[in-house]
Write a protein that binds this ligand. Structure first.
Ligand SMILES: Nc1ncnc2c1ncn2[C@@H]1O[C@H](COP(=O)(O)OP(=O)(O)O)[C@@H](O)[C@H]1O
Ligand SMILES: [Mg+2]
Length: 232
């Protein structure tokens, strides 16, 4: 559904990604795992058109290289960035509405779907996000990305700073989205166990470059990789 080929990304003269190629099939969940600074956020930002890049990105076979972020959203890509980027002094409901700017006709329908997925957000509609727990804020961030009813969801390190129990809740929600809606998901993580619990295939990103890819079984056969990433 999405194919990235030879993607390189730059901040000024500094190169943050080098020749990254990956693909995700319709309805599939893939994970990009890598340490701090590996280029995970840069990769998702590049797909969204937020960082200067070279290479090619196609969606359903159509070239979407170089499109603007709002166009990517209209094409059906939702993005839940790292550190949420919520408006802390706005309510849960208003933060969700911010995500709906390209889908104004379907706001109530999409809001109802987000509330079904995260009943707690319905209960806490009027609460300022600054007073919420980390897990609740992650739910608002995911909910906001879903307010356009996307076909593909990009999720950047959803478990960062969250307790293990909350990580399991987030994993359950992503699995439901995949099973019930056939949503295609690209998730980045340092938490390899979380990534393994969700993804059919993983890509290992090191220093802006993909150094390994495959199913969990395939990757765990590589001793060095298993030690570095899979705690084995
Ligand atoms: N806005 C920026 N300006 C300059 N360099 C950046 C910027 N954002 C990230 N980088 C650099 O790009 C590299 C990849 O960063 P990032 O994509 O944030 O990694 P990760 O998300 O895996 O922690 C790092 O070397 C980082 O310092
Ligand atoms: Mg990051």
């Amino acid at each position: 559904m999405i194919r990235v080929e030879n993607l390189s990304a730059f901040y000024g003269k500094a190169q943050a990604l080098r020749d990254v190629s990956l693909h995700v099939d319709e309805g599939e969940t893939i994970a990009i795992v890598g340490a701090n600074g590996a280029g995970k956020s840069t990769l998702l930002d590049s797909i969204m058109g937020l960082v200067r890049n070279t290479g090619s990105i196609t969606m359903d076979g159509q070239d979407i290289t170089g499109r603007k972020p709002a166009d990517m959203v209209r094409m059906g890509i939702g993005y839940a960035p790292e550190r949420f980027n919520l408006f802390p002094h706005m309510t849960v409901r208003d933060n969700l509405l911010v995500g709906a700017y390209t889908a104004r006709d379907e706001i109530e329908k999409n809001m109802a779907a987000v509330h079904r997925l995260f009943p707690r957000l319905a209960e806490r509609e009027g609460q300022e996000t600054s007073t919420q727990s980390g897990g609740e804020r992650q739910m608002v961030s995911l909910g906001r990305a879903l307010m356009t009813n996307p076909r593909v969801l990009l999720v950047d390190e959803p478990t960062i700073g969250l307790a293990p129990k909350v990580c399991v809740e987030i994993a359950e929600v992503l699995k439901r989205l995949s099973a019930e809606r056939g949503l295609t998901v690209i998730v980045t993580e340092q938490n390899t166990n979380f990534a393994l619990s969700l993804a059919s295939r993983l890509y290992v990103l090191e220093g802006g470059h993909v150094t390994a890819e495959g199913t969990a079984d395939e990757l765990s056969k590589d001793d060095q990789l298993a030690k570095s990433y899979f705690g084995a």
